[in-house]
Design a protein around this ligand. Structure first.
Ligand code: ZN
Length: 55
């Protein structure tokens, strides 16, 4: 489990590394900043990158 904290230091949530598939937004209760949280690692087995080589 990983603690996700706001910039002000308040803990927003705890989540597993694989718990997030996409971006979530959570509003900090202390400073009222909306934090966008993205998964730490995008799934590496997707072939979304076009193979473009220089020359
Ligand atoms: Zn905050």
């Amino acid at each position: 489990m990983e603690n996700v904290r706001c910039n002000c230091g308040a803990m927003l949530l705890r989540a597993d590394e694989i718990a997030l598939r996409g971006t979530i937004e959570i509003k900090c209760r202390r400073c009222r900043t909306v934090n966008s949280i993205r998964p730490a690692r995008p799934t590496p087995d997707r072939h979304e990158r076009p193979r473009t080589r220089p020359e």
